[in-house]
Design a protein around this ligand. Structure first.
Ligand code: 13P
Ligand code: SF4
Length: 330
């Protein structure tokens, strides 16, 4: 009992001292900390800005701070580094990758481009810098539909790498889209039967579904046929979920995305209830960043995300187009 109490207070003490050290180092370096919605709560609480992948790159680009600590996964930090080469972009753990980004490499994309030489390549931001450099447009889950709609109607589109987001965009826009068969291991496992079970238990909830989920096409089919209620089913980016939960009159929400998302939703809406669609939706890459790693990142200015100039110049073009369509000025 004594040692347990001692253990708890020691953990608390370490955590509190780590937090104050992080705050001190942040002030000392005049750094900005940004954190994705899936980060652990302690990291979200320390961040100047918490948001979705578009919001994070927007804040990094617009900030006048010279040092940005990017608490997210590598491709997100890389995107910020491409767009803001004059800034020092740090990621607290270089191993924080993404299974979706890893599902296509540049040689595979080149093969696809050869197969469909007239297609315009739209790459989801969850891709490596080399893949972006071979793309015409970038998009995130927030703006994928807008980006595709901005491309001349007669153009065929090659959408990479997430097949569920690609199918969703194709259905909404009605465009001729060739979809690459990539997926995120966290979202792909979601089945329509998971939805059906939760609908039975929580019939009065809103259902917030990330477009990377494996059930998206099925949901859209059931929405079209009226089997799913269009007034309680929403396909949204993580940032879109935050906005929706805030403005909705509903008291209960079932959330179909990585479980880290529940923290910002509950924090912003303490009077509402948020239920995970599946509690096993955990992205181990997003969870790699913790307080000691954030402290070390600020203390030793590690790990800097640098992109080779030649590749960065090419990758800048599709990112810039995305920002222009999403009305981000720089
Ligand atoms: P958002 O852009 O919706 O935050 O999604 C990023 C992501 O990696 C989802 O798995
Ligand atoms: Fe990548 Fe999936 Fe993790 Fe998002 S949840 S960062 S897509 S592995």
């Amino acid at each position: 009992m004594t040692s347990q109490t001692h253990g708890i207070s020691k953990t608390k003490y370490d955590k509190a001292s780590l937090i104050s050290e992080i705050k001190r180092l942040k002030r000392q370096h005049d750094a900005l900390i940004v954190a994705h919605n899936y980060q652990i709560p302690e990291i979200q609480d320390l961040a100047d800005y918490v948001g979705d992948s578009l919001g994070l790159s927007r804040q990094s680009a617009l900030s006048d701070k010279k040092i940005i600590v990017f608490c997210g996964v590598h491709f997100m930090a890389e995107t910020a580094a491409i767009f803001s080469p004059e800034k020092m972009i740090l990621i607290p753990d270089l191993q924080a990758g993404c299974s979706l980004a890893a599902s296509i490499d540049v040689s595979e994309l080149k093969k696809w481009k050869k197969k469909y030489p007239d297609a315009v390549v739209v790459s989801y931001v969850n891709t490596s810098v080399e893949v972006k450099a071979e793309s015409d447009y970038c998009c995130t889950s927030t703006n994928a539909v807008d980006i595709v709609n901005a491309i001349p109607k007669e153009k065929r589109i090659l959408f990479i790498p997430d097949m569920f987001l690609g199918q969703y965009v194709a259905k909404i826009t009605g465009r001729d889209i060739i979809i690459y068969p990539g997926e995120c291991h966290v979202h792909a496992r979601v089945r329509f039967s998971d939805m059906q079970k939760k609908i039975q238990h929580y019939p009065n909830s809103d259902f917030l579904i990330h477009p990377e989920c494996g059930c998206v096409t099925n949901c859209m089919h059931h929405l079209a046929s009226g089997d799913l209620d269009a007034n309680s089913t929403y396909i949204l980016s993580t940032g879109g979920m935050v906005k929706h939960a805030k403005k909705s009159n509903k008291k209960q929400f079932v959330v179909a995305t990585e479980v880290g998302m529940l923290y910002p939703l509950r924090k912003e809406n303490p009077e509402k209830e948020f239920i995970p669609l599946r509690s096993d939706m955990i992205c181990e890459y997003m969870k790699m960043i913790n307080l000691p790693k954030l402290r070390d990142s600020l203390k030793y200015l590690q790990y800097q995300v640098k992109v080779e100039k030649k590749v960065a110049t090419k990758a800048y073009v599709p990112i810039r187009r995305m920002y222009e369509i999403s009305k981000i000025k720089k």
